[in-house]
Every structure is written in C-alpha cells, then in structure tokens.
Design a protein around this ligand. Sequence first.
Ligand SMILES: NC(=O)c1ccc[n+]([C@@H]2O[C@H](COP(=O)([O-])OP(=O)(O)OC[C@H]3O[C@@H](n4cnc5c(N)ncnc54)[C@H](O)[C@@H]3O)[C@@H](O)[C@H]2O)c1
Length: 693
Amino acid sequence: MTDLVETETRGSLGLIRLNRPPVNALGQALREAVLGAYHAFEGDPAIRAIVLTGSGRFFSAGADITEFEGGRRHPYLTELIAGLEAGTKPVAVIANGIAYGGGFELILGCDYLYVLPQARLAFPEIKLGNIPGAGGTQKLPRLIGGPRALDLILTGRPITAEEALELGIATHLAPDFEAAIAHIAGKVAAGLPRRRVRDLSVPGEVAELEQAAEPYLRKSRGALATAKGVEGVRMAYSTPIDEGLAWEQETFAALNASPESKAQRHVFFAEREARKVRGLPADTPKRPIAKAGVVGAGTMGAGIAMCFANAGIPVTIVEQNRERLDKGLAGMRRTWESAVERGRISAEEAAARLARLTGAVDLASLSDADIVVEAVFEAMDVKRQVFAALDGVCKPGAILATNTSTLDVNRIAEATSRPEDVIGLHFFSPAHVMKLLEVVRADRTAPEVIATGMDLGQKLGKVPVLVGVCDGFAGNRMFINFNREAQLLIETGALPWQVDRVLTDWGLAMGPLAVMDLAGLDIGYAIRKERAATRKPTDPYPFTAADRLAEAGRLGQKTGRGWYLYPDGARRGVPDPEVEALIEQVSEEKGIVRRPVSDEEILHRCLWQLVNTGCQILEEGIAQRASDLDVIFVNGYGFPRTRGGPMFFAEQTGLAKVAADVARYHAEIGDHWRPSDLLLGAAGKGRGLDATA
Ligand SMILES: NC(=O)c1ccc[n+]([C@@H]2O[C@H](COP(=O)([O-])OP(=O)(O)OC[C@H]3O[C@@H](n4cnc5c(N)ncnc54)[C@H](O)[C@@H]3O)[C@@H](O)[C@H]2O)c1
C-alpha cells in the first residue's frame, strides 16, 4: 500500500499531499495520516506555514460514504478540522481538482484557498438527504454570506475555480501548482497571519436569508434536509460557532438515520451496482463508438439522435422521406435553440451539437456507423424490414439496436444474418432528457455488445440497466400493472383525484390519472384496441371508463378535458362531476357495489403490484437484481429518490407484511395477485429480495 499522505518540505513550507486513490475519500486512516503529518509540521520550527493538496484529479471527494452506515472511528473529520484550526501556523490549501463534501469542509478549516483552473467545489450532501456535517453550514455563510451559501448547500451544484474566486471562497486562482507554491512562499516571507473562517461573522442581514430560502423550501415539498439546511445557515448569523457546529453534527447524524436519507443512499449505491453485468468479465472488450446512426426522426428517433450529438458523437439520422426528415431536424434545432434561450447551453455549444448531426433519406448513409438505433413505427414487419436492410448496408461489427417498447427483440434480430450484434436500447420519452436506458439483452446478443451498450449508456449521460426480453421489459411490464390496479381501484369505489392524491402525497411527481391526461387518453386506447385479441380472458379489464372518455373525445390536457377538467388551458386539472357519474355508471353496469376505499389500500395495492410483478421479473431472470428495478423507477417513472424505489420501500415496510397483503388480495381480488414465489420465499426466510434472487 502506498502512503496515504506524501509530505515534503519546500523552504519554510510543509506540504501534505492527500494520496488515497481513486478519490482521496476521507476515511479514518487518511484522516489520521493528515493529522499526524500536520502535527509533525506544527512542531517543526523550520516550518512557517502548512500547505494541503491532493493527488490526481481530486483534492478529496469527501467522506467515505461506506462509513455512514456506522462504525465511524476517531479522528472524526470534525476533529481533524478542529486540529488544523487549533495550531499556530497558517494553513493553505491548493485545490488541485475536485473538492466535494468533506473535502470542501476540510478547506473551510484552513485559512487560504488557492484554486487551480481544474478545481471544482460542491456540497453534494443534499442529494443524499443530508447537509454538510463538518462545519459547512456554519462556515460557508461566514465566508460568503447566507444566501450564497444556501444556494450551494441546497442545490449541491459544483462550482468552478473562477466561481469560487468570484464568490470569495478562494483567495487566489493560480495557473498551476508551482505558481501557487511560489505565491504562498512569498506571502509567508512577508509574514502571513492565520485567518480562520470560524472567527469571521456572517456579512449581511438575516432577512436576506429568509427571502432567499423561500423558493428552496417551496420546491423541496417538505424535504427535511432542505429545512435543516436553512436552519443551519440561519444559526450561523447569531449563534456562537461551537454551538452551531454541535447542532450541525447532531443534525447530520439524525438526518443520516432518517428513512429519506437511507433511501437516497440506497439509490446511489443501486445506480453503481446496476452498471455491473453478472457473468461478464470486467475486461470484456468494448467496441469503439465514434459514429452513430438513427433510423426514424419521430419523437424518439429525434431525441435519441440528440443524445448522441450532445455527447459529442457524430450521428446520421435517416427518415423515409425529405418532408419527415426536415420536420424531425427542425424539431431538434428548436430544442437546442430553446436550450440556448433558457441559458442551459451556449450558442457555440448548440452550433457544435448541430454540426454533429446529418440527415439522410437512405439507409446506405449508415454504412460507416459503429452503432445504429432503430426508432421507426412499433410494428414487427416494419422493424424486420429495417433490420434486414441494415444488415445489408452496415459494416461488419456494427451494433444494430432497436428502441422497441413492446416487440420481441429476438424476432427482430432474426431478420439479420448477425443476431449477435443486435441489442435493445430502450430510451424513455423525451429521450434527450430522461435518464433511464433499458439495455435489452436478446438470446444471442454477444457479451461485448452488451458491455458496449452499457458503456455507451453512461457516455450518453444515461443510467443504463440491463434487462431481458419479455413483454414490456422490466419497467413497462411493472408500470402497466400499477396503472391497471389504479383503474381497478376506481371501479371499486375510489375516485381519480383520491388515487392521484394518495400517490403524490407518497412522493410521485404525478399521479397515474394525471399522467394519462398529460400523455393523451387516445394513446392507451389505441394500444388496448390493438392488444384486445391477445388479452388473456382471465386478466381483469378495468379500462372501461378510460375507453369511454377517449371515445367521447375527452383526450386529456390537449382537449381541455380527460379524467380532469382543464379550464382555460390550465395545467393542473380539477375534478369533474361528469367523470364521477361516468365511473359510477360503469361500476353499476359491471355489477360492482362501490365501497369506500382507504388511502392505505390505494397506496399498497398500487405499490405491491409493482413489487409482486418485479419479483416475477427477478424469478424469470429478466432483471439482475431488485435494486435495478428501483433504479428503473427512480430514473424512468418519476418515483421519488427519498423512497428508494418500490422494491426498497417494500423491504423497508417489511416483506412479511407485503407478502401477507399480496396473498390476501389474491384471495379477495383475483388471480392477477398470485404471489411470486420469490416474494414468499424472501418473506419466509426474513431475507432481502436480492439475498434471495
Ligand atoms: N413514444 C414513446 O414514448 C416511446 C418510448 C420508448 C420507445 N418507443 C418506441 O420508439 C419507436 C418510435 O416511436 P415514436 O414515438 O418515436 O414514433 P413516431 O411515430 O413519432 O416516429 C416514427 C418515425 O419513424 C419513421 N419511419 C417509419 N418507417 C421508417 C423507415 N423504414 N425508415 C426510416 N424512417 C421510418 C416515421 O416516418 C416516423 O417519423 C417505437 O418502436 C416505439 O415503441 C416510444
């Protein structure tokens, strides 16, 4: 093992370099090593100032979050920082790269900050449901004022070296390490005093903070960490620092133990885990992707092509004819223009993205593409024709991907002479925005094609999750059952606005009925008509009210009426007595005696449908792990990170209770509630779903 810190003497400067690859996480051993090196320099009369810096691309990515689950050992980060503050010699940091979380707090425990151009600073704790816990909430306001500190603490956004200087966090911006050292040496020679951030007082009035806090509190919809962040910064104005620091530590520990923070940490680790493909050696070769092709410039094709262009990969998009191509290209151009107007990207960036895009009307233009993603109409014969044609024009080794939502990727692959090169890449709409990418492994997909698909997903800024072939893959197969249960509840006695309220109160961005109104009721209606012939007679069909609404032209937001009314183009619907009457009539026609449905029944029936279906998916090997299904719902279906996803929520609730509910619903409601063996097995053994899967 290499030394955790490297020390060096430069004239009267004592240099301590953090050296714990890959990210200089501040685990116990590193904290101890830094403190030891610091004390050695403090005690050395030849040293007049101490300089901390990092190795590689990192100053420090912060705490070692595996330590969050308990078993923290001395010296704590707070103790290390207090140690640095207690000495007599000035301490400077040269931030050579990323300084996040605890790394940033370590900086705030020092007197002077030199940022190198590649430095990035952030407090990402809020993303894990927490606030900085080693001085961040108390010291940053003292340094730059309450409102600006609040912005960094509550958004977790990283700032550049320039911004750190403008904000007054950095004292100097140096072109490189040696320039910083030379500058510090000059200052020390002239007599550099200590300048502890903890001794400063917050500039400005607390009223400014209250005003700045308001939008964050509103947007966070009651998130505990946001409220505590505000409280901490407010405290910095008037409370002695040691009291503030003690409050912050207690609050950090309490938030760390909260269900919201646990759930957010679960998602964080689940997203990392999802990248791993079981049985695929880490050194599986990946095919280089330097040029991409997309077939179809409709809703999805255009979004997918933008993903490539946004990620720096030149892409050719092919349509059936000029007119449709021009329409698609114009839409993409508009999307980039509006990103410029809203200040998301620069005009130069938009131009660079546009320059990576080529339009064509013949598949032969894709002959040099390393990957082609097909996004034409959802019809097997159309897709097979396209794949047979691609087989003819694409170079050997090109990956042929389909964005199908419902069709059998194996049958699509069979239309080519190279099924090993065929894979599903299931993007979600809008494809250039949504993070989720289901990477669909077909029976004959080659390992390196899977590895390349997963890798490409990350390069496109997506969260790729591996799934197998089945109707709806993992996400839609689960979500369809969730929606069906919502409809069943309505036929039983609930009303749309009750179902939506229960699920949004739980944390969903939108309820399922409001989502149908947004998407358009004609979409589901058309799919149901198409699938009517293949529907199992034993499956419940609770969509009669939805069908009647669609047939009556109540298509949702776009017609001003759907499940809800949208008077004067309102985006939020209001309940409609006509819909209530229609629902009551449908129940009566079906011989259902409507009964009051409790909020709890709504929540559990909707969520346990997801969980039971998810367990069946795991049993069939369609998904690798329960946590992957959580990743899918958080990134593709608007599920709140603060709940950790449906499978995690079920485990937190207790699988024994979930299994008992499912068994009861099976007896009382119908066969679509047949409990999955995996769920029963895990509940019976008292183990987690992934321990059993
Ligand atoms: N819309 C969604 O939310 C969504 C989400 C995930 C996946 N998908 C899947 O993506 C695919 C495309 O869906 P969409 O919503 O973008 O459809 P769309 O109708 O908006 O676009 C399809 C486009 O493909 C073009 N096209 C058809 N045949 C072609 C051919 N032979 N060569 C070139 N272009 C051809 C059409 O002209 C049309 O512009 C479907 O398989 C769909 O199931 C859609």
